[in-house]
Ligand binder design. Structure first.
Ligand SMILES: NC(=O)c1ccc[n+]([C@@H]2O[C@H](COP(=O)([O-])OP(=O)(O)OC[C@H]3O[C@@H](n4cnc5c(N)ncnc54)[C@H](OP(=O)(O)O)[C@@H]3O)[C@@H](O)[C@H]2O)c1
Length: 312
C-alpha cells in the first residue's frame, strides 16, 4: 500500500472523463484511457474517482486505465469521493464502497471523502460511526472532507482525528478566499493534507497572462501552467489535474522537477487578484451565496463585471 508520504506530487482528476454530468456517447474513451494509463505508468500514483461523474463512466474508464497500466492496485492511492447530490443514507455510502471494490477489484479504499453537505445530511456522529466501522473492517484507510469551511473541518476532525488526513478544496492562483486560506492553515497544523482541485482553473488562468506568471515562466523556461503546479506543490498541496492529452501530462509531471527561488514562491503566495472581492460562499447548500466549486468557473465573468463596476 502507498504510504501518505509516498503519494506522487500531483494526482489524476476525472471530471470530464467519459463526459460531464452524464456520459457522452461521442466521447473519445480510448484516448482518455490511454492518457490516464500514461499518467499512471509515468509515476502518478494518486487518482480520485467519483461515481456521479459522467454517470459512472469516469470511474469505469479510470478502472480500465489502471488495468492496462503496469501498476498493481497496491502501488496506487485511490480516493473515492462521495457527494450529497446522489447519496442520502449511510447505506448508500456502503453501497458505493462495495461498487468501488467490485470495479477496482480491491478490498480497500485508500481515502473515502465526503462533502460537508453530505456529512450534515447523514449527521456528524452517524458519519463518524460509519467511518470508524469501515476503518475497523479495513474497507477504508483514511477519510477526507470536501469543500468545507473551518467550522465543519474542526468538528469533523474532533470526531476522527486519527483518520481524517485530507481536505479537498479550491485554492489556486486567482481563487483565494480568506475562509479557505484559514482551513488550509489549520489543516497544516493538524496533519491534514490539502488536495486542490482546479489548480489550473481549467487552463483559464494561463490564458489571462498575469504578468507575474509570464515573468516566471520566462525566467524558469517553463509554461505558466508549470509555474502554477510548482507553486501548488511548494505550498504542500496535492493538486489534482484532469488531462486527457499526453503532452499536457508530461508537461505537468515535468512541473514537479524544478525548484523556484523562495522569493519567487513568495511573490506568487502574496499575489491577489487586484480589486477582486469574493462573493459570499454557501458552505451548506443553504442557497445563500455561491458554492465553492462555482467560484473558479464564474471568475472570468465576475471579475470583468467587478472591474467595470469599480471603474464607473
Ligand atoms: N471537489 C470539487 O468540488 C471539485 C470540483 C471540480 C473539480 N474537482 C476535481 O478536481 C479535478 C481537477 O480539476 P479540473 O479538471 O476541474 O480542472 P484542472 O485540472 O485545473 O484543468 C483541467 C483542464 O486543463 C487542461 N490541462 C491540463 N493540463 C494542462 C496543461 N499542461 N496545459 C494546458 N491545459 C491543460 C485539461 O485539458 P486536457 O485534457 O486537454 O489536458 C482540462 O481541460 C477534476 O478533474 C475533479 O476530479 C473537484
Amino acid at each position: 500500500m502507498i504510504e501518505l508520504h509516498n503519494i506522487s506530487n500531483i494526482g489524476i482528476g476525472t471530471w470530464g472523463i467519459g463526459g460531464y454530468f452524464t456520459s457522452l456517447p461521442s466521447n473519445d474513451n480510448v484516448s482518455q484511457i490511454n492518457a490516464m494509463t500514461h499518467a499512471l505508468n509515468s509515476g502518478i500514483n494518486y487518482a480520485e474517482t467519483v461515481f456521479s461523474y459522467a454517470g459512472g463512466e469516469a470511474s469505469k474508464l479510470l478502472a480500465n486505465a489502471i488495468s492496462l497500466s503496469h501498476k498493481k492496485r497496491d502501488q496506487l492511492f485511490i480516493t473515492l469521493s462521495i457527494y450529497h447530490w446522489d447519496t442520502d443514507t449511510t447505506e448508500d455510502v456502503v453501497k458505493k464502497t462495495e461498487r468501488f471494490f467490485s470495479l477496482y477489484q480491491s478490498t480497500y479504499i485508500d481515502n473515502l471523502q465526503f462533502t460537508l453537505p453530505l456529512i450534515i445530511k447523514l449527521g456528524f456522529t452517524k458519519t463518524r460511526d460509519l467511518i470508524t466501522s469501515l476503518v475497523a473492517n479495513k474497507s477504508i484507510r483514511y477519510a477526507g472532507i470536501i469543500n468545507t469551511n473551518i467550522t465543519g473541518l474542526k468538528k469533523f476532525y474532533t470526531l476522527i482525528p486519527d483518520i481524517l488526513r485530507f481536505q479537498e478544496t479550491c485554492y489556486n492562483f486567482e481563487i483565494r478566499p480568506k475562509s479557505v486560506q484559514k482551513s488550509i492553515l489549520w489543516s497544516n497544523q493538524h496533519n491534514i493534507r490539502t488536495i486542490s482541485y482546479q489548480p489550473l482553473r481549467r487552463n483559464r488562468t494561463a490564458q489571462r497572462n498575469w504578468p507575474i506568471l509570464v515573468e516566471l515562466a520566462k525566467k524558469y523556461r517553463k509554461t505558466q501552467n508549470q509555474i502554477l503546479i510548482n507553486w501548488q506543490i511548494s505550498q504542500g498541496f496535492l493538486p489534482i489535474i484532469k488531462s486527457a492529452t499526453i503532452s499536457h501530462i508530461d508537461e505537468n509531471i515535468d512541473a514537479t522537477s524544478f525548484t523556484m527561488d523562495t522569493s519567487d514562491i513568495d511573490k506568487i503566495t502574496a499575489f491577489r487578484v487586484p480589486r477582486y472581492t469574493y462573493p459570499k460562499i454557501d458552505w451548506h447548500e443553504s442557497r445563500q451565496g455561491i458554492s465553492l466549486p462555482m467560484l473558479p468557473d464564474m471568475f472570468d465573468q465576475d471579475y470583468k463585471m467587478k472591474i467595470s463596476h469599480n471603474k464607473s
